[in-house]
Each structure stands twice: as C-alpha cells, then as structure tokens.
Ligand binder design. Structure first.
Ligand code: ATP
Length: 286
C-alpha cells in the first residue's frame, strides 16, 4: 500500500499575543489560512516494524529530530502499531520561514499514517495527538481558514479565504521563534483586531481582510531586521493591497486582488529577494 499526501504552508492573516501564561506560553489569537505552496509526502506500508524517512532537501534532519518521524513514532507507541512505514518527504516550503512547513509535514504524516495503519482516528483525535508535537499542527490538520486560540492548538474553522493572489518573499536570514516571543512586550504594542478579521472572513470581504490584517510579532522582527521591513514596504510600493509578516518571520506576504498587479509585485520583489513565490489560497478539491 502506497499513498501520497500534500502538506500546504500557512500564512497568518492576523496574529495576536494577549498575555504570557503561567506555563510561559503566550495566550494567542490567530487567523490562519493554508496556501497553494505544499510539501509532498509519499508513505509506503512496511510489514517490518520500522520507520524510514528520506528527506529530499538539504539541511533538514531525516531522523527523530524531524517532525514527520516524531509523528510516526508517536502513533506507533500510542497504538502499539507493529507495522512500519517508509516516508519520502519532498520539501517545497521554505524552512524556518514562519510558514509552518514542519508542522504541516507532521500533520500530513498523521493523516496518511492514520490511513495506512488503519487506525480510524477522528480529526479531533489526530489534532489532540498533533498538539503534543507542536502548537501549529492541529491547524495544519484542519487546513483551510481558521481561528486558532490557546497556544494555537484550539481550532475554530472559518469559511474559505476569498480568492486573491499571494506573493511570498523570504529573506535569507533566520529568526528564532522563542527569541521573538521573549522580546515581545504585549503591554506596549498595538494589537490587531481579531474579531474584525473573523468577521471579514465570514463576510468573504477581501477589503475587510486588508483592513484588519496585523501581526503583533512584527514589532520585534521588523525592528531587529530592517530587510524584512524593507520587503514589506517594497510590496506596498509595487502595488500590493496589503502586506504582512507571517508567524515570527522572516517571510512577508502580500495579498493582491488583481493578477497583473500581483505579477508586478512578484517581479519587483525578485530583484530584492532570492526566494519569491506567487501562489493562491489553498483549494481543498485540487
Ligand atoms: P513555524 O511557522 O511553525 O514557526 P517555521 O516555518 O518557522 O515553522 P519549519 O520550517 O517548520 O519552521 O522548521 C523549523 C526547524 O524545524 C528547522 O530548522 C528544522 O531543523 C526542523 N524540522 C523538523 N522537522 C522538519 C520538517 N519536516 N521540515 C522542515 N523542518 C523541520
């Protein structure tokens, strides 16, 4: 038995951190949506009790440091699975970019293994298991557009994102997510209007999304890395309807209604940045 699963990246249409909790996580409110830029996993059932992982990318671990391996090991241990699996992971999502690549790979692995090992787990059960490995994994299991609260693991699905073009640009710097949260001063920054964003999604209003877009982590990453701020400014200059950093960065995305303008933003950014993508919101039926 062999199956293929796609693992789409996500962007944050809004990201707010309300306060720091006693367990040291921030209480979050995020609206996220999956986009048409995906890693691919192939899973092959093995009768032998082993997990094999082959990653088609440089500098990404293919052992138990990889979230895909961890997802397989967790299911094996929790449900005493005696069969094995050989997984090939083909990366297209930029790594350590704020696009949840690793989390989406883990979510795709959980879904695929649920099928291949015939575990018959529900989406809620998979999301609870995923949350043990990473806060963004439950969202990646649901996909589409959703409000994520708690430390990101409590998911409320929302209607699909209205169609538009999305230009992504990832500067070649790395950002430490724990470092960004450590430097965030929740009492001193302007907070995005999450309720406004949820309403805009419910209304299918592209303009409402542009009006309510915001990421509290920009206060940290943009201040520390002027090149991220510059990319955002360039996107707006080239004609983006709005632009925002995703997650803790460093990827910045632009939303653009018109294809001709999106192309202009894409071409313009390629002069500044090595990794630039032109994509659309994820369509489930594809
Ligand atoms: P997030 O948006 O959730 O913060 P990210 O896009 O910033 O995620 P990832 O691409 O998921 O970050 O990877 C961060 C680190 O996790 C990498 O440096 C890598 O070593 C490790 N990692 C573990 N599993 C994977 C995977 N399947 N794909 C990519 N990186 C992985």
């Amino acid at each position: 038995m062999k199956i293929n699963v796609k693992a789409p990246a996500k962007i944050n249409l809004s990201l707010d951190a309300l306060y720091k909790r006693p367990d040291n996580y921030h209480e979050l409110e995020m609206v996220m949506t999956t986009i048409d830029l995906a890693d691919r996993l192939q899973l092959v059932l093995l009768e032998k009790d082993t997990i094999k992982l082959d990653v088609k990318a440089h500098f990404i671990p293919d052992d138990k440091r990889n979230l895909v391996y961890q997802a397989a090991a967790l299911l094996k241990e929790r449900f005493s699975v005696k069969q094995g699996v050989a997984i090939t992971l083909d990366k297209s999502i930029p790594v350590a970019a704020g696009l949840a690549g690793g989390s989406s790979d883990a979510a795709a692995a959980l879904k695929g293994l649920n099928q291949i090992w015939n575990l018959q787990l529900t989406l809620t059960e998979l999301a609870n298991l995923g949350a043990e490995l990473g806060s963004d994994i439950p969202f990646c299991l649901y996909g589409g557009t959703a409000l994520a609260t708690g430390r990101g693991e409590i998911i409320k699905p929302l209607p699909m994102m209205p169609n538009c073009w999305i230009v992504l640009a990832k500067p070649s710097i790395s950002v430490s997510t724990p470092g960004v949260y450590r430097d965030l001063r929740v009492g001193e920054v302007e907070h995005p209007n999450t309720a406004g964003m949820v309403q805009a999604i419910q209304d299918g209003s592209f303009e409402g999304i542009c009006d309510n877009i915001g990421n509290v982590l920009e206060t940290v990453t943009l201040a520390k890395h002027p090149e991220v701020k510059r990319i955002k400014e360039k996107m707006l200059e080239f004609g983006a309807d709005t632009a925002l950093m995703s997650g803790s960065g460093p990827t910045v995305f632009a939303l653009v209604k018109q294809y001709s303008r999106a192309k202009r933003v894409y071409n313009g950014l390629r002069g500044f940045c090595e990794e630039v993508y032109l994509v659309r919101p994820w369509q489930e039926e594809k």
